[in-house]
Write a protein that binds this ligand. Structure first.
Ligand code: GAL
Ligand code: CA
Length: 352
């Protein structure tokens, strides 16, 4: 009787053990390595698109899912601890706070020299990056982070539309919405777009310049005050990302601007950076003038290829036709200017 019971228990244990072995395995029965991945906040649409691209590219390569850091570095540190405790073979992360990079690198070293790829939130401490051989970055082109292209689009529009100088004073009255001041790209974008416009020979008159923290709601709140203060005196709204451009658009549309695109009675050109899908429909309708594509899909696939090379002990760029920028240890994905004319370039990036 007892022996029979024991046999049944053993049989159940063996059966469930074989079931759990089947979890996270490849078709051939081999287990996939874990890629511990996370973004700084799921409220950031652009970061969420990189996350989706990572998951898609990981199919059949890594067992992965994207943790939401919820804008809290302590929370993200716990998530990284959990990834490593679960046996992650590589970490890919957009940090909440780039000054936490040293601490996160240490965690990876302590867990047995686990490789790490930082993305989006670029780490600028080159000494720190150099201190760990298994640490790399994937971001977009540095310098102005796409803002030179943005400035050229603004300048081209201005030259082609003399009526855009509403008060005919020869200057462009602008609102400049900047990103999170703690972010590597914020100041370079803000300065870069202004430099590109002035080097095209256009004089700027900055009505307001402030941070919208990359965020739609925050940008809308600021723009609500500015549109009621300046109204049609505003000749261009320049935003360091699309989320803020969409917040600005919601605000000015509530005040009667841009509703029918360029046919609107009252119109203010708006431009962003990222070329998110939700922005493309606004460019198509003419409610927004343009954006600059930051290629989330290529960034995601690049991260996964590098991660799988590192896990296989190969050269980080094995089989890839990209270069590593020394110092930053970064693969940089280029930007592309987007207006209604070439909108399909951005649509293709998102597989539409
Ligand atoms: C930028 C991007 C922004 C925001 C930011 C957050 O590269 O353009 O939309 O995602 O990163 O780190
Ligand atoms: Ca003017």
């Amino acid at each position: 009787m007892h022996i029979k019971k024991l046999f049944i228990v053993l049989a159940i244990v063996c059966f469930s053990a074989s079931l759990s072995f089947a979890n996270g395995t490849q078709e051939g029965g081999e287990e996939l390595p874990i890629l511990g991945a996370g973004i700084y906040s799921a409220t950031d649409n652009f970061n969420s698109f990189i996350g989706k691209a990572i998951v898609k590219a990981s199919n059949g390569v890594f067992d992965t899912n994207i943790d939401d850091g919820q804008f809290d570095q302590a929370n993200q540190n716990n998530q990284i601890d959990t990834m490593l405790a679960k046996g992650a073979s590589c970490i890919a992360i957009s940090l909440v706070d780039i000054t936490a990079a040293g601490n996160v690198i240490q965690k990876c070293k302590d867990a047995g020299d686990i490789p790490i790829i930082f993305f989006n939130k670029e780490v600028t401490d080159q000494e720190l990056l150099a201190s760990y051989g298994k640490c790399y970055q994937v971001t977009s082109t540095g310098g102005t982070y796409g803002a030179d292209i943005q400035g050229q689009l603004v300048a081209e529009y201005w030259m082609a539309h003399p009526e855009a100088d509403k008060n005919s004073d020869g200057k462009m009255q602008i609102i400049n919405l900047m990103g999170d001041p703690g972010h590597t790209a914020s100041m370079p974008r803000s300065n870069g777009v202004k430099d590109a416009i002035t080097s095209a020979g256009i004089e700027l008159d900055i009505l307001e310049e402030d941070t919208g923290m990359w965020d739609t709601a925050k940008a809308k709140e600021k723009m609500d005050a500015w549109i009621s203060k300046f109204g049609n005196e505003i000749e261009f709204i320049i935003c360091a990302n699309d989320a803020m451009a969409l917040g600005s658009l919601a605000s000015i549309e509530a005040a009667g601007f841009n509703i029918s695109g360029t046919d609107s009675e009252k119109y203010i050109p708006v431009i962003g950076i990222d070329a998110l899908p939700e922005m493309l429909s606004k460019i198509e309708s003419g409610e927004v003038m343009g954006s600059v594509l930051q290629d989330a899909t290529t960034q995601g696939t690049t991260i996964v290829k590098m991660a799988s090379n590192l896990v296989a002990g190969k050269d980080v760029l094995d089989g890839m036709s990209v270069e590593l920028e020394a110092g930053a240890k970064a693969v940089r994905v280029p930007y592309t200017g987007i207006t209604k004319e070439n909108i399909s370039t951005a649509e293709e990036c998102y597989g539409n």
